[in-house]
Design a protein around this ligand. Sequence first.
Ligand SMILES: Cc1cc2nc3c(=O)[nH]c(=O)nc-3n(C[C@H](O)[C@H](O)[C@H](O)COP(=O)(O)OP(=O)(O)OC[C@H]3O[C@@H](n4cnc5c(N)ncnc54)[C@H](O)[C@@H]3O)c2cc1C
Length: 429
Amino acid sequence: MSDVDSRNYYLATARPPPPHAPLAGQVRADVCIVGGGIAGLSAALHLVERGFTVALLEAKQLGFGGSGRSGGQTIFGYASGQEKLKKIVGEGPARQMWDIAVEGMKLQQELIARHGIPCDYVAGHLHVGVKPRHDAELAAEVETLHEEYGYRSVRHVGHDELRALVASERYTTGLYDAASGHLNPYKYTLGLGAAAARAGVRIFENSRVTKLDIARDASGDHVAHAANGTVRARYLLVAGGALLGRLVPALARKLMAVGTYIATTEVLGERRAASLITNNAAVADINWVLDYFRLTPEYRLLFGGRVSYSGVDPFDSARVLGARIVRVFPQLADAKIEYAWGGFVDITPNRAPHFGRLAPNAYFLQGFSGHGMVLTGIAGKLVAEAMAGSAERFDVFARIPHRDFPGGALFRRPALVLAMLWFRLKDLL
Ligand SMILES: Cc1cc2nc3c(=O)[nH]c(=O)nc-3n(C[C@H](O)[C@H](O)[C@H](O)COP(=O)(O)OP(=O)(O)OC[C@H]3O[C@@H](n4cnc5c(N)ncnc54)[C@H](O)[C@@H]3O)c2cc1C
């Protein structure tokens, strides 16, 4: 998606530190991590804090993947939804996963505070319905979260209040969570990278891993090969997200990389911006193919939506997203779109996360399914725990069964396009 990267708001407005040099020669470490997104960086940080030596290889630059280009909505729970997790793994494990996700929200706040990461965090998130039937769904969800999970930061927002919070006729009622929120994901990722580097993680950018030799037994070393060097390590973490491609075919089969797009308006000015979302919460609608938006600190509207399951950037995303913005906020018909970019999310068929091992000391984290801003951080911490000998919490996730995407390598994408047409149709009903 490099063609749209020239208009990536985060890249245009952040000041990344000087790049880390690419891998050259042979490096030895206790742990080798593939991928410089939040999952890989959080694992790296937690591992050095436990005394491991860590080498992290990033194909491009830290934050090049979803972590650095997302909508920045930091939301409780899982993309699959808690009820679905319960059906898949049963009540006890689903409850453990819930607790881990909630801990992930606290961890994110701790990491921001402990490492002094300036990432514009704002508390408050609205999940909004677009059809009358969504009202009952959202009200029931609030009740379940209160009664079953003791999660008290959420409340149901009625139509009149919602209309006062979000200046759009499109939405019915909402679920407000005071503990979810939004941040600048690129600054957050770079902040984790800086903290990891300060703590002693050896980071190599522009160092795509082209081949992995994975030791099949616990006494062997894994070897990661890049163009001009290798990393040899007792432990391995593969955290390449949607951009891992076919490096590990067993992982590729479980994922579909889905293109999704974001745009920002020009600077709207404080009064005009604040009139759109009066409490400055992040907003996401309830649809499968959802619209999500928030304000930036300099009062732009940052708006994501529209997905491409065909794997190519098929349209002028600035124009298409501009039209979607006006559908939600007709009062922005004259606002210019200044930035537009895209990225890939790593979706599993059941939208539950896919964590596990490729061999005794070779771990992977993937399948955050477009809901990874919070979960990636705690997932990295769980990997560090597991490598240090306490794998109970990491292993809860191994209970989630993951099917291959239907259709095999050749027919996977057409099958997904059909499935998505079905979901979009459901959104319309
Ligand atoms: C446009 C967009 C909007 C999103 N909005 C939200 C949102 O609002 N809220 C939310 O919760 N989630 C959102 N997401 C999803 C979220 O960004 C991801 O779930 C999360 O960032 C995944 O983090 P990660 O560390 O697993 O992977 P990534 O951030 O993708 O990092 C993986 C890294 O691995 C590197 N890599 C891949 N292969 C190799 C290799 N062979 N060698 C070396 N390095 C390699 C990549 O270059 C990449 O930098 C969004 C995603 C996108 C794309």
